[in-house]
Write a protein that binds this ligand. Sequence first.
Ligand code: COA
Length: 177
Amino acid sequence: MNIHLETERLIIRDLTEHDLEGIFVLDSDSRVHEFLGQKPITKKEEALKYIKDVQQQYTESGVGRWAVETKDTSEFVGWCGLRLYSDYTFNNHTNFYDIGYRLRPKFWGKGFATEASKECLNYAWNTLQLKTVYGITEQHNEASHRVLLKIGLQYIEDFHYEPENMMLRWYSITNPN
Ligand SMILES: CC(C)(COP(=O)(O)OP(=O)(O)OC[C@H]1O[C@@H](n2cnc3c(N)ncnc32)[C@H](O)[C@@H]1OP(=O)(O)O)[C@@H](O)C(=O)NCCC(=O)NCCS
């Protein structure tokens, strides 16, 4: 198990095929997809494809969304972390690092997204030595908006994301070091 980071309550590690059930439970839940275009998955194959896509991110850019699990019970909480968007354009930006998270509803409201993503930002500054990290949420995703602000990102503006015909919010933070 390739562990990247630890927080007080969480382990942050590579996502693997062993997380298939966890990703399926996460991504087949319509509550999770309320602000993600409401397209929950219905098949295990889709969960496996997601894991493979993330593993490709690890290979191609050395970083990607990481699995989050609880330290005390080793339960699969969801994922969080950095992704290099080199193949998509958002708000006229390509080739940028985004911070994101997606957790199972039973773990919402405990500060886990904030705890995990704060540590991922430290990794962005101290290990990757990035200059800037961006954040994106759907316009009405207040929980995600709160998390981004709590970890220090600044809300910049709303923008229209043409491929999904969605209104999204754009955030950024620069390396404090
Ligand atoms: C967004 C998400 C990761 C937040 O996870 P979490 O662990 O519950 O987040 P935290 O507990 O660290 O913080 C959530 C904050 O949002 C607030 N919040 C939650 N729901 C809210 C709502 N409907 N309106 C306003 N604020 C809300 C909480 O009160 C908390 O803020 P506070 O600490 O100032 O009180 C989780 O809801 C999730 O996985 N959602 C589905 C996937 C998703 O939307 N991902 C983000 C895509 S951009």
